[in-house]
Ligand binder design. Structure first.
Ligand code: PHB
Length: 365
């Protein structure tokens, strides 16, 4: 099967991609310690994958409060900004493009990760069930721990939260990133605000769908004023159940946001499909409705093959497809797709933490 569409260039906001094969954001938990600072090993890993049309980095916390797992990188200190600059330069030197994913985990955290052992914040004091944070115990042992009961972030704190996103976007721009992606998916803070099972606020950030969407849209607007809407992507996960999300109206929310984001002229909308975490697949009807609601660049992610990716682009449902596990295990994924070559299998044991094993040692052709 020809893959002409997957291999055609694509204008994306302020930039143009060489192809429509995108490296999905993947938590790899290998930031330098102390300080959660990107390292030369991280730069090597991303540079190996520079033939992607666009790399979207692993989720990167915008503040210490926004961290839910030990060893994930941040973008709120000078050292982290400098570490990311080295990553971006390595990717650009190989002709690649790269977006930084901006992340706040909200209630998917634990007091051992928070300043002064405080409770994490969320929209409301509702604990995420069957959800885990990754912490280093006081005796030095790393372990998964149930997420803590959050405290509700106050209305007065929200402007500071928006500032954290804006400052992080500015740092990303200084580090040389082509774009930023606002993570509003997978049960993290902005998704917690969108969903009525985690957001029971009675102020202007809770209640009806417009109110629940307000925080995300205010963050988009604030970052757009600073670096331009054409440098912003947004990631959503309608139908997602990861991290105790349960929202019977998440598709309607995604369609509302798609219209609002169209008005704002963002670079792209990125959909994490629910099935990776055990949710029901998105319906064909929803995909058609989303296409109509968002005429801009639409990226889907979730278990695609090259052939399936080509088919959905040909059908006009998607403009580009992001690949996670396949890119993790195949640094030269586009070349392999082009040659219909053998694909390395990802090794689950080395997904999170560790060094170069299962990170920079997957062979290229
Ligand atoms: C994770 O670290 O497990 C993780 C991070 C970001 C996501 C999904 C999962 O969007």
């Amino acid at each position: 099967m020809p893959l002409d569409h997957l291999f055609s260039p694509m204008p994306l906001g302020a930039i143009t991609l060489d192809n429509r094969i995108i490296m999905a954001p993947l938590t790899r938990s290998r930031a330098g310690q102390p300080g959660d600072v990107p390292t030369s090993l991280n730069a090597e890993y991303y540079a190996q994958r520079a033939s992607a049309g666009l790399i979207i980095t692993e989720a990167t916390q915008v503040s210490r409060q926004g961290q839910g797992y030990a060893w994930t990188p941040g973008i709120y200190t000078d050292a982290q900004e400098k570490g990311w600059k080295q990553v971006v330069e390595a990717v650009h030197a190989k002709g690649g493009k790269i977006a930084l994913q901006l992340w706040h985990v909200g209630r998917i955290s634990h007091h051992l990760l928070q300043a002064n052992l405080q409770a994490p914040v969320g929209p409301s004091p509702i604990q995420a069930k069957n959800s885990f944070s990754f912490v280093i115990q006081p005796d030095g042992t790393p372990s998964n721990q149930p997420c803590d009961m959050p405290r509700a972030i106050s209305s007065a704190e929200i402007s500071g939260l928006i500032d954290d996103y804006v400052r992080s976007a500015l740092r990303a721009q200084r580090a040389g990133f082509d774009l930023v992606e606002i993570h509003a998916a997978n049960g993290y803070l902005l998704n917690q605000f969108l969903s009525p099972n985690s957001n029971q606020r009675t102020d202007q950030y809770g209640g009806n769908p417009e109110n629940r969407a307000r925080l995300l849209l205010e963050i988009v607007d604030a970052i757009a004023l600073t670096i331009g809407a054409n440098r912003i992507g947004v990631r959503l996960s309608p139908g997602g159940v990861f991290n105790d999300m349960d929202d019977p109206e998440s598709e309607a929310m995604a369609l509302y946001l798609a219209k609002e984001l169209t008005l704002r002229g963002i670079a792209y909308l990125h959909i994490a499909e629910p099935d990776w975490a055990g949710g029901q697949p998105l319906s064909a009807e929803f995909r058609r409705d989303l296409r109509l609601a968002f005429p801009g660049r639409l990226i889907y992610c979730g278990g695609y093959t090259a052939e399936k990716a080509e088919a959905v682009i040909v059908a006009g449902i998607a403009d580009a497809i992001a690949f996670g596990r396949l890119f993790l295990a195949n640094p030269d994924l586009p070349e392999r797709f082009l040659g219909n070559s053998h694909l390395n299998a990802p090794d689950q044991e080395t997904f999170y933490g560790g060094g170069s094993k299962g990170y920079t040692d997957y062979p290229s052709l």
